[in-house]
Design a protein around this ligand. Structure first.
Ligand code: SF4
Length: 235
């Protein structure tokens, strides 16, 4: 269905053990990839909701609550495409709020650089994540232990839910934390624009934004979604 420059279609997908049928709306004209991030957010939300349903069906419950931000000290891997949207979001904030965020990002960046974690330096994702969590750097968007950009939070943040006791999430080794088995659809956003694009830590968002952005390629909304689904399903 096409309506004033936007097209809506129902995506039917098998994601791991989950069956998803979800309507998404995207621009019909060529746009930068960041313009389809809201559709990707909706898709990830649908996958997470299906995974939650399975957990509840088994008689378990989700422990995550507003005001519990222990997981917001973890390394949050963000794709270039999501980063571009978040930079626009920060730029559109009132000056006072932007200043507060800039100070938080600068503090986080300093800690990450001091610890030598700004680059992979040959580490695996797991090694980097463990070293990062040990720093206890709060996400710059975390306020009073809640996410201040909840509706715009990265895809990977949406996918992290646990059924274990909330206090375990703050433990240094994350021992006994039981995450909900949510298929990691978010990883399909990496390399969406360019195969060589890697993820970066959310706390380095503004540092990354200071670099000159490469020319943003434009595709129609349905083309971007096709690319995303192809990356997600490996077809
Ligand atoms: S973006 Fe929000 S949910 Fe994600 S780590 Fe930061 S504060 Fe937490």
């Amino acid at each position: 269905m096409v309506d004033s420059g936007r097209v809506t279609a129902t995506l039917r997908l098998a994601v791991g053990p989950l069956r998803i049928a979800h309507p998404i709306t995207v621009p019909s004209a060529p746009v930068p990839a960041a313009a389809v991030v809201p559709a990707l957010q909706q898709l990830v939300n649908a996958v997470v909701a299906a995974a939650e349903d399975q957990v509840v069906h088994k008689g378990q419950s989700i422990s995550c609550r507003k005001g519990c931000g222990a997981c917001c000290r973890q390394l949050v891997p963000v794709s270039r495409t999501e980063g571009e949207r978040l930079l626009v979001l920060v730029d559109a904030m009132p000056a006072e709020r932007r200043q507060v965020l800039k100070a938080r990002f600068a503090a986080a960046e300093e800690k990450i650089r001091e610890a030598g974690l700004a680059d992979r330096a040959g580490r695996s994702d797991r090694e980097l994540s463990s070293a990062y969590f040990a720093l206890r750097v709060p996400c710059p968007f975390l306020e009073e232990e809640s996410c201040s950009i909840h509706t715009e939070r990265p895809l990977v943040c949406r996918e992290y839910l646990v059924t274990s006791a909330a206090e375990l999430c703050a433990g240094s080794a994350q021992a006994d934390v039981t995450p909900v088995p949510v298929p990691k659809v978010s990883s399909a956003a990496r390399g969406l624009q360019d195969e060589t694009d890697d993820w970066f830590p959310l706390a380095m968002l503004l540092a990354r934004g200071r670099r000159t952005p490469p020319h943003a390629r434009r595709r129609t909304g349905p083309e971007w979604i096709q690319r995303f689904v192809a990356r997600m399903t490996g077809h």
